[in-house]
Design a protein around this ligand. Structure first.
Ligand code: ZN
Length: 143
């Protein structure tokens, strides 16, 4: 039996922000970082930090601006929050990791939120493993 992954808990405002970023960036991919904390058996997302997509081909790839990441690392250095993941959108696809996403798995342990195109931009949560992703249950709650 596969090990159960942690559940991801996100406030509704975070998911709305990710959807709005996805809508605004289309047909390019939107991207950004997720802040939060690890608790027993769950990852609580408390904020998201949008980034410009600096990938050379932003229509089918994403790359978070390293300056955004540095700033987040500096600002969370002595708080209870940390960067626990990232989000991006698939303006022409579903909320499932693509082959391109699999090529970018250089940081196992991060939570990826992916927004797939649809009437309301479906969002699904994935745990980055060493060479693949595992879907995590995504719960919406006030955090
Ligand atoms: Zn992707």
């Amino acid at each position: 039996m596969p090990e159960a992954g942690p559940e991801v808990v996100a406030g509704p405002a975070i998911l709305d922000t990710v959807r709005e970023a996805a809508r605004a960036a289309a047909p390019q991919e939107a991207c950004g970082l997720l802040l939060g904390r690890h608790e027993s058996g769950r990852v609580v997302l408390s904020a998201c930090v949008p980034s410009q997509n600096i990938a050379a081909e932003p229509i089918r790839r994403f790359e978070v601006d390293p300056a955004v990441r540095l700033r987040v690392q500096r600002e969370t250095r002595d708080g209870g929050e940390a960067m626990v993941g990232l989000y991006h959108s698939h303006p022409a696809g579903t909320a499932v990791p693509s082959a391109t996403d699999r090529e970018c798995l250089y940081e196992p342990g991060l939570v990826w939120l992916i927004a797939g195109r649809g009437p309301r931009w479906t969002i699904r949560a994935w745990l980055a493993l060493r060479d693949d992703f595992r879907e995590l249950p995504l719960m919406v709650a006030d955090v």
